[in-house]
Design a protein around this ligand. Sequence first.
Ligand code: HEM
Length: 201
Amino acid sequence: MPTLSRSSTVLCLLLALPAMLLAAGLAGGEPWRFAIRPSGDVATKLLVVTLCISPLRALFPQGRWIAWLVSRRRVFGLSAFFYALFHVVVFSASIGRLDWIIQGMAFASMWTGWIAFALLAGIAAISNQTAVTRLGRWWKRIQRLAYVSAALTLAHWLLLSASPFEALVHFGPLAGLWLARVARHFFPPVFRANLKDRSRS
Ligand code: HEM
């Protein structure tokens, strides 16, 4: 049976901390609504961190901390899904009626969230070695749907929020890293010159 390394155990405990605090608040009598925003917020942060790992590895292939992040990518991705699940559960509990939840899906602010969640659930379901072997090259293609989920999450947040600033700040690092990755693809000599300059200084 695979065992968790000490750093993975600490990471899992750290990632579980916000959920424990929210659960403690709910157990202490807070209304369901209290946990909707923070759980969505943490789910989004973890999704962005997960998606930043690939461009970071492409930009800094030698970094030891990148190797650590790559080896923990599954933990971050699954945590993003579990916080999204938490978010959906507390949202559904706060609404309390299935017909209202279904009617709400007609609004763009809601269906963007539901599709983002369905994609994360599908990706989480194939986050195991058996699925990797069975799906072959399709596994990676399906995993890329996480980017669609992130785009829908951004739309969901922008549609629900009065000020788009916070949502845009959350997705800024991901956009920046992808721009840098694309730039490196098209202008590799400029990047190499920058790296040489840095190693000399
Ligand atoms: C499954 C369907 C979903 C529903 C029904 C839903 C519902 C909601 C609702 C009602 C709010 C507003 C809460 C408030 O202003 O008090 C909200 C906010 C939010 N949701 Fe969702 N959501 C869903 C999926 C997701 C997913 C999958 C993510 C991220 C992976 C997400 C991330 C967020 C974020 C970041 C906010 C804003 C938090 C803030 O303003 O700080 N949601 N959601």
